[in-house]
Each structure stands twice: as C-alpha cells, then as structure tokens.
Design a protein around this ligand. Structure first.
Ligand SMILES: Cc1cc2nc3c(=O)[nH]c(=O)nc-3n(C[C@H](O)[C@H](O)[C@H](O)COP(=O)(O)OP(=O)(O)OC[C@H]3O[C@@H](n4cnc5c(N)ncnc54)[C@H](O)[C@@H]3O)c2cc1C
Length: 819
C-alpha cells in the first residue's frame, strides 16, 4: 500500500466505491479506498436493490436521477453487468391525501426531468394483473397511482463491482482487510491514518462507513448524527400464479409500493421480496458496531411484520399461497430526517462525509458524483443543503438521534405533508418563553432542534395541526395573526436566529471579502449581505450591523448555525486580526412589528424612535425596560414598521412581559412562523434555503441592490462579472395564482408558459392575507419575468393561470416600514 494519497476513502460499500469512481472520473487518480473487511461487507451485500426515483426533496431527487442514468451506462463502460431490471415502479394510492402527495411530488419531478405518469385504477390493473383493486370494505379501494417507468432494481454487489472496475481502470487503488484504527493531523495539515496494513497520509479523507459512521466520526473528534435501525425484508418461494403469468409472456412486474400500508413488493426468481417499514424497529449500535457483528444479520422478527404481510396478501391474494424462504434483517443507516450526510464535515479542513444512507444503493451514484465535484472543484454543482452534514448541530445527542431515527424509519411511507411536524424527541431546544407561548395556544414545529411557534390557537380552538397539502384548520387563525401585525402590532419570537460577534482590527476587511454587499462602515448602520459560492450562487445571507468600531453583529438563519459558523471559522484570517464568537445561545430575539410598534417601544425605551433619530436599517444599543445591552435593530422580515430586539438571554421574560403590558392598549399579540411566511411573501422577501440557494446568483434573485461590484474583491465576483456580460439564465418573480380555493403553491411547483412549455419553478408560496391573494415566488427564464405577464403553474395536478406581480406587491414603496 502506498504511504501517501491525495484522497483516502474509508469504507468499501457501494457509496465509498462510487465516491472513489467519481474522483477518478474527474481526473484525481491518486486516490485510495480502505475497507476493513471485503467490499460490500457492510449493508451493501444484503440490500434489496430497489432504486426508487421517488423522493420529495429537490436535491435528493436529482441525486437519484443521476444514479439511475449512470447505472444504465455502467455495464457498457466497465464490461460488468449490474443486473438492472428496469421494471418500473408503481406506487398505489387509496386516499385523496396520498394522491395530493403524489401530485406534489410530480411538481418536483417535472422540474428535475424525471419521467412519471399519474394513472387510474384500470391502468394499475393493466400494469399489474395480479393486484386486487379493493372493494372499500376488506381492502381499501385503489383511487390511483404514480408510475415511474424508468426505475426498478439492481444487484448491489454487481453494481459495486462495476464501480470498482471503473475506478481501478483509472488508477484508483482499493485495499481490503484494511481497517483505519487511528487518525491524527500532520504538522503540514494533512491527515495521517493508522491502519491494520500500515500508515498512510492524505490531503483529503472521505468517510463512507455506513453503520460505522459514529465510531469513524469519533476517530476525527466529531459526533456524526447517524445510527442504524433494523430493516427487514421477506424472501418468498416461487409463486405459482406469478409463474403462470410470466410463462404466459407477461413482463416482469413493476416494483409495487402500497404506501398506505407501508410495504414494497418486487419479483425475485418467480417469487417475491416483501419489504415493510414497520413500527417498532429498534435503532442498533448507538455506541458502535461490535467487532463480532462483521457480515452478520439480526434474527428475523416476523411478528413485527405481520400487519404488513396481511395487508400485502389482501392486495395480492396469490401471495398467501407462497411459502416464506428467508427473512433478511440487517442494519440500515439512518439520520434524523432520513436524508444522507453528503459534504464537508465541520470543524476540520478536508474531511468529508458520505454517510447516513438509508437508500444508499439508489443514492450511491449521485452522492459520489456531487461529493467528487465538491472535493475537486471546491463546491458542488447543485444545491446540496438538504443533505449537507452541517444542517445538523450539536443538539444531536445519542438519544435524540435514536428517537428520531426510529420515528423516521416507521414514517418512511407516511404521507409527507408539507406542514408535518413529527413529535418524537421534543421539546428539546426551547426559547426561554416557550411555556408562555404554550399557554397562549402556540402550536409548535421544530427546526434545527428548536421549538418554534407555527401559529397560535385562540381560546376554544384545539392547539393541533391538521396536516394537509391544502389550506387547513390553522389557515384562518394564521390570517388573523398576519392582519394583527399589518393593522396593529405583533411579536414574533426569533430567538433561534444564528448570531455571531466579529471583532478586531481585521473584521471589516475580512467580512467585506466574504460578501457581495458593502459591509457597513458607520456605527449603527445595518446591511443585508450575501456570501456567494465561487460560481456566484448564494451560499448564506447575513444581516450585518456595525455595533462599534471593530465590532460587528452578524445574524443569519437559525437552521444555518453550524453551516455558517463553520464557514466563517474556516475563512477566518490566520493572523489573529479577527475574533469570531458564536453567541447564538446567549442572545434572544423578539421582533416587534406593526404600525403601533413604535408606540409600544416608546413606553420602554428612552431613546427617540422617530425616523430622524432612528431610521430604517439602523441599530442602537439600548436599555429596554430594565434590560441593558439590547441591540435594537430597525429591520424585520415582514415588511412593517418595526424593530428586532436582540437581547441578553437572561432578559427574555422581562422583555416579553414588558412588551405585552406596554402593548395591551394597542392590541398586541403573537404571530407565528406561518404568519411570517404569509407576510414575507407579500413583500417578496427571499428566504435563505428555499428562494436563495447556490443554484441562483444575486442577479438572478433580483438582489442587484445588495451587490457592490465597485468595491474590492469578494468570493464569487468573477462569476457575477461573467453574468453581467452574458446575461442571467433566470429571473426571480413574485406571482399571483388565480382561481385558487384551497391549494396555494408551496414551492417546487413547475411553471409553464401559455403553451405548456416548462419555463421555471416556484421556490415558495402561500396565501397573502393582507393582499388576499394566493402568492408564489420562483425563478423563470428572463423573457417571462415581465410584470403583468401571464404564466401557468401546476398545483397538485391542476394547471392554474398566474400573473407576474411587481416585486413587493404589498406596499411596494415601503411606506409602512419607513413610517
Ligand atoms: C435489509 C436491507 C435492505 C435494503 N434495501 C435497499 C434497497 O432496496 N435500495 C437501496 O437503495 N438501499 C437499500 N438498503 C440500504 C443500503 O443497503 C445502504 O444504504 C447502502 O448499502 C449503504 O452503503 P454504504 O457504502 O454507505 O455502507 P456499507 O455498505 O455499510 O459500507 C460501509 C463499509 O465501511 C467499512 N468500514 C467501516 N469502518 C471502517 C474502517 N474504520 N476502516 C475501513 N473500513 C471501514 C465497512 O466494513 C463497510 O464495508 C437496504 C438496507 C438493508 C439493511
């Protein structure tokens, strides 16, 4: 084994080998893979080999699509057959909500170019003659289905071997029976790995160790939020009915998924493989995989699977006559949200993760493709936030991950409502006023481990969501919160915001080189600033306030804490001229907004709050009531007269109570996250993570006023110069959807011209309660972005007419927020 490589990949499952293959494909051939046993010895060897294209995530959908396309090409390229059976994939629906879910998914599929068909019961029977359509009594009636003609199943070990051949033919090395047992940093900043076959140094290390992810993470001093869960499938003997059908000339049946009964069924040697996702599957190996486990399996637990077996027998009666040959029960890596961890680890340079794969056979191709791009080019080619390992933070304790993974596993087949908020491992991280909000009727959701009030149920209304793809039980109450803010005054608890303090003589110059806008130079000024990728896409959004000389306060999205903090830390000058402190946990934030917000605050603040003394986009360090050192910032995300109060956390209760007593005469109330969504859409305020992503530049996003090309260099500037010369590929629009009665856009819907040609995609949407319009935000080709232009949007399978509105359709002149 060589003693130095540019990249070492740890783990020889399908994911590690795919990463190696893609690195070699990109021309990095000085790459080595180390496997503690033999290739596929982890979860890969016993996987069922299904390749579902279906995924509600825009990012994961693209990764899966790449994989399926790659796997079709691989045999010709490598000479290794991969047994890809392109059988198609049929997902049944037995209720309207399920059809809504499929239709919502179709929007995403359309925007990423995945072929699909939505079909009725008769076509289901034509495709799958052995299925029972249901009578509505013993078996639920099939109301429709989603059919993917292009996917199917593959032999995971053959796939791994094909990727291995492709990698080795380009010069990559693979060493089996070679376990990485210890890691340290060399003085030159490289990784030094101790293995059972000798030592090796590397510039980059990729961890692709499946069920071992946590213990591998420990070698590097990081807590990787992936713990496996037991997953089983049943292998059946030959089915006489299936045999008759196939011998009569019938083609291999599509993989069948009865989502409402949480199982899949596919053909296997004239018999079946039945794979349920059952309740009660335990997480395993939370403290590491024991040495004795090796290539073993767990004992099958048929009892747990029986409800699904019985449901499958009702749907495919001939299954009842087949004997069970085997039960495979193996560990399957999971993460709390069910998506893998692909990208840089945090707190260490050149350490990469490709871990936590629960659909790893399907995702291996795509994850290797994008991770190799990231390592070689310095950034991925598509928006990877949905799978970025830094979407998690230090809150992922062992118990949190165990509980969430078990919950995610049993929910694989539930209807993925867009407003779904799952209950396990909650509440964990709370704002100090959590109990007060709960007493006010708050219905909480969870983001980045934080409890956030989504809406407030008035007295007598059950404080519970009815999840839906359409307007639901909270619609009217959210509307009242939004209108209270537009007409009177409301408080929003945004304590989860990510907050950093940047100080030192080099602070301004450093920040200025990171963002496209000019960082404020005058004390008390606030600027909205975007950190870009080298390709000019939007990576982060920061609200930067100059608090004092050499002292900046930097606020960004709550869910971006580790993502932003790690980036800031990695880019910090090494000369000690800048000090960065993450102060997220030591400051809380209340937004006080609405036409009476000045009146409320005037009772608590001595400083004058009029426009001359305290203009829009300025901040002051104030005393508010008894609280000292409050950063009072005249900005907000709802487009109203208002201030954000960023206060030392110990004053949370005092400030909350003071605001409510001072505001009583002005009808003060709380507003939740859903009201904020409605309000920000009316102002066309772009949300980081959905409207602002690395896929789009600030010019495409219509944020030209936040770009200063005439200042010094900043990351992404060259890409923007090119766009200025060549023109932008997309433009951001706000649009009104006509004729909506109950299903507003929510994001990821396809946008069409009047002739049915795809011209872009929605990134967000909801109802604007003050405007009384169904609103969407999104990107279209520039020729369709003119105000007043007519476009179409497909919402839950129905085409609707939409009109492009002026940016910020509510109060376009900003009179209210500057009042
Ligand atoms: C019963 C079952 C059915 C499944 N069916 C499907 C399916 O139909 N479709 C699908 O897409 N997915 C399926 N999966 C999931 C799929 O098996 C996994 O997502 C996939 O195999 C993960 O691949 P991997 O390379 O990440 O991990 P693994 O295959 O587990 O590989 C990790 C490798 O790392 C090695 N390793 C660990 N630590 C070290 C170290 N320190 N040094 C060197 N080597 C190390 C291990 O020995 C192992 O070989 C199924 C899983 C199970 C359990």
């Amino acid at each position: 084994m060589k003693t130095h490589a540019r990249v070492v990949v740890i783990g020889g499952g399908v994911v590690g080998v795919s990463t190696l293959y893609h690195l070699a494909l990109k021309g990095w051939t000085d790459v080595v893979l180390l496997e503690r046993a033999e290739l596929t010895a982890g979860s890969t060897w016993h996987a069922a080999g299904l390749l579902p294209l279906f995924n509600m995530s825009y990012t994961v959908g693209q990764l899966h699509k790449y994989s399926v396309d790659l796997y079709k090409r691989l045999p010709a390229e490598t000479g290794q057959d991969v047994s890809f059976h392109v059988t198609g994939n049929l997902r049944l629906a037995t209720c309207r909500d399920r059809m809504d879910e499929y239709q919502k998914y179709c929007g995403t599929a359309n925007t990423i170019g995945v072929p699909f068909q939505v079909i009725g019961p008769k076509q289901v029977r034509d495709l799958w003659p052995l299925v029972e359509l249901g009578d509505g009594a013993g078996t639920a009636k099939i109301v429709g289905a989603l059919y993917h003609p292009d996917d199917g199943h593959i032999a995971p070990a053959d796939l791994t071997m094909a990727l291995r051949k492709g990698a080795r033919s380009r010069g990559a090395e693979i060493h089996e029976q070679c376990e990485v047992t210890a890691v340290k940093r060399t003085p030159s900043g490289e990784w030094h790995l101790t293995t059972t076959k000798g030592d090796i140094a590397a510039e980059h290390v990729v961890c692709a160790t499946g069920n071992y992810a946590r213990q591998t993470g420990r070698l590097f001093g990081i807590n990787v939020p992936s713990i496996p869960v037991e997953h089983q499938y049943i292998v059946y003997d030959e089915s006489p009915e299936l045999k008759t059908y196939r011998q009569g000339g019938g083609r291999e049946l599509a993989v069948l998924r009865e989502s409402d009964q949480s199982y899949y069924l596919r053909e296997e040697r004239m018999g079946w493989i039945l794979g349920p996702y059952e309740a009660g599957a335990p997480a395993r190996f939370a403290d590491g995989v024991p040495d004795w486990f090796g290539k073993s399996l767990f004992e099958g637990d048929l009892e747990r699977l029986l409800p699904h077996v019985e449901a499958a027998q009702r749907r495919v009666p001939s299954l009842a006559t087949c004997g069970i040959k085997d039960i495979v029960n193996g560990p399957i890596a999971y993460t709390p949200d069910g998506s893998p961890l692909i990208g840089p680890a945090w707190g260490a340079r050149n350490l990469w993760l490709n871990e936590g794969h629960s659909f790893g056979i399907t995702a291996a191709g795509g994850s290797g493709w994008q991770l190799a791009e990231w390592i070689v080019e310095g950034e991925p080619g598509i928006d990877m936030m949905a799978v970025d390992p830094r979407r998690y933070g230090p809150y992922t304790s062992k118990r949190y991950v165990v509980q969430k993974n078990e919950e995610t596993y049993r929910n694989v087949f539930v209807i993925h409502f867009p407003d779904e908020e799952r209950p396990d491992a909650r509440p964990a991280k709370t704002s100090p006023v959590y109990d007060k909000l709960a007493r006010m009727g708050a219905v909480f959701g969870q983001r980045y481990g934080w409890e956030r009030a989504n809406w407030f149920a008035p007295p007598g209304v059950p404080a519970k969501d009815q999840w839906s793809f359409r307007r639901s039980n909270y619609f009217e109450h959210v509307g009242k919160e939004a209108l209270r803010l537009r007409e009177h005054v409301a408080v929003i608890d945004l304590t989860p915001f990510t907050k950093h303090e940047v100080t030192g003589p080099g602070a301004e110059a450093w920040l200025d080189g990171l963002v496209a806008n000019k960082v404020p130079t005058k004390i008390g000024r606030i600027a909205l600033c975007h950190a870009l990728t080298r390709r000019g896409g939007i990576r982060s959004e920061f609200t930067i306030t100059k608090i004092a000389e050499q002292h900046y306060y930097v606020v960004s999205a709550g869910a971006a804490e580790r993502y932003d903090s790690d980036y800031l830390q990695q880019t910090l000058p090494r000369d000690g001229s800048v000090t960065l402190r993450n102060i997220t946990m030591s400051r809380g934030c209340f937004v006080v907004a609405g036409p009476r917000s000045r009146d409320v605050l005037a009772k608590l603040v001595d400083a004058p709050l009029d426009n001359a003394a305290f203009p829009w986009l300025t901040g002051q360090v104030c005393e508010v009531g008894l609280a000292t050192d409050v950063y009072l910032l005249r900005v907000n995300f709802v487009g109203a007269l208002g201030w954000e109060l960023h206060f030392p956390i110990e004053y949370a209760h005092h400030l909350f109570d003071s605001l409510f007593s001072a505001g009583a005469e002005f009808h003060i109330g709380m507003a939740g996250m859903r009201a904020m969504e409605s309000l920000r859409l009316e102002k066309s305020y772009r949300m980081w993570g959905s409207d602002l992503t690395p896929d789009y530049s600030p010019y495409e996003a219509g944020l030209d006023r936040f770009v200063r090309m005439n200042k010094g260099p900043f990351i992404g500037k060259e890409a923007l110069e090119k766009q200025l010369k060549d023109g932008v590929p997309h433009r951001f629009i706000t649009f009104e959807v006509h004729g909506v009665t109950d299903a507003d856009p929510l994001g990821n819907e396809p946008l069409f011209d009047g002739k049915g040609k795809l011209i872009g995609r929605a990134t967000a949407g909801y109802y604007g309660h003050a405007l009384r319009k169904s609103l969407g935000l999104g990107y279209v080709k520039p020729e369709f972005a003119a105000v007043g232009g007519s476009i179409e949007i497909e919402i839950l399978g129905e085409r609707r007419r939409a009109t492009v509105l002026v940016d910020s359709p509510y109060d376009p002149e900003n009179k209210e927020l500057k009042a």
